[in-house]
Design a protein around this ligand. Structure first.
Ligand SMILES: Cc1ncc(COP(=O)(O)O)c(C=O)c1O
Length: 381
């Protein structure tokens, strides 16, 4: 097997902690005595345990309001299509991922939902005044990418949530990039909906994600079917979480995610941040020293999720990724990163940027090898 250095953790994290792999293996090896759903209350209800672990990570008041789905995109779709109807207005930003932009645009095309995308600045930050001015009488949802998967910019969620609250508009926070990377406290900053994915900084496998749906913010489920309980009901049960968890769930994925969350808690988010910041400081300083490198990310690491976008003068973006992979065994990501609108502001359409995203598992030696490779590449053209 090739020995890769992996810097594409904003896409999916790698490697996974061994306990994640072990737990999934165990789950697939053991006899599924209770099947997927259990009528019998059991201390071994692994899905319940997962809800509790995740609720405690986010300081969410009720673990039954954590619902699982196949990824963040599924829950973003469920909430956007479940809450917005014809004549409603929704506010979002230029920093969103296609998993927000496309369902919003579809809701607009199909049902005439009115949309305002508020611009962000050239580092990816939302202007709070512009955001405040976007509210209308018919605004029914605000959707915000907590941490940009292109520039790394972290939005000021406290301010955003206060403004949305003042307007009595539910806030849907896309925490795909931030869950596991920074502290998220629903106690300190309550939101109506928090969507997370399992396979990035929470160290779970691909194909698992979820949402916290705050009390009072239920919406019609977009899928109906088997729930394993309340089977006599000819309609989808009202009770949360089964209301939103139709069909056989990805239990091996949920079990893996539980261990990923436990790993994050064991290390501690502040330790994770500390390690990543130390590595990022070395990397950013070196990239700034190289006059051929153009950086598109914020300087202040405290206001960043740590993802760095860049270009190298005279180089095609995709060629940077190609050469790093094939000549240096270093994996980054190139392109639009599924977030096309922010590139309009960065001036990087249609080719996008090269993106580096670290994880807790990266080392200083790996960062030094990346710096060396970038310096070598940049003098070639
Ligand atoms: C900001 C953001 N939102 C949503 C998603 C979609 O996540 P998932 O792959 O779990 O559907 C991603 C994944 O790249 C993301 O970065």
């Amino acid at each position: 097997m090739e020995n890769y250095i992996y810097f594409n953790n904003a896409a999916t994290s790698w490697p996974k902690p061994p306990e994640v792999i072990e737990a999934m293996k165990r789950n697939l090896t053991e006899c599924p005595v209770f099947g997927d759903r259990q009528n019998i209350a059991s201390a071994k209800d692994v899905v319940k345990i997962a809800r509790e672990e995740i609720a405690s990570l986010f300081e969410a008041p009720d673990s039954n309001r954590i619902v699982f789905g196949s990824n963040a995109s599924e829950l973003l779709n469920a909430i956007i299509h479940g809450t917005l109807k014809s004549g409603d207005h929704a506010i979002s930003t230029y920093a969103e991922h296609n998993s927000v932009i496309r369902p919003l645009n579809t809701a607009s095309k199909r049902n005439g939902v009115e949309l305002t995308y508020v611009r962000v600045d050239e580092r990816g930050y939302l202007d709070i005044d512009d955001f405040s001015k976007a509210f209308k009488d018919n605004t029914r949802l605000v959707v915000i990418n907590h941490g940009s998967n292109v520039t790394g910019a972290l939005q000021d969620i406290k301010k955003i949530s206060d403004i949305a609250f003042r307007h009595k508009v539910p806030l849907l926070l896309d925490a795909s990039q931030t869950a596991g990377n920074i502290k998220i406290s629903l106690k300190e900053t309550p939101v109506a909906y928090l969507v997370f994915t399992g396979h990035k900084a929470l160290f779970g496998p691909r194909g698992i994600g979820g949402a916290y749906i705050a009390e009072g913010f239920d919406f019609p489920p977009f899928k109906q079917g088997g729930t394993g309980i309340l089977s006599e009901d000819p309609f989808q049960p009202e009770r949360i979480p089964v209301r939103y968890e139709t069909g056989t769930r990805n239990v091996p994925g949920i079990v893996g995610l539980t261990e990923g969350v436990r790993f994050v808690k064991k290390i501690g988010i502040s330790k994770i941040i500390e390690k990543k910041h130390a590595l990022l400081s070395i990397l950013i300083d070196a990239m700034k020293d190289n006059k051929k490198i153009i950086l598109y990310s914020p300087d202040d690491l405290d206001k960043s999720v740590g993802t760095i976008s860049f270009a190298i003068k005279n180089w095609l973006i995709d060629d940077i990724g190609y050469v790093l992979t094939n000549s240096f065994n270093i994996i980054i990501r190139t392109g639009l990163h599924c977030a096309p609108m922010i590139h309009e502001i960065l001036g990087t359409l249609p080719i996008g940027t090269a993106r580096i995203s670290l994880s807790y598992f990266n080392s200083e030696e790996e960062v030094e090898r990346l710096i060396k490779a970038l310096n070598q590449i940049s003098v070639l053209k």
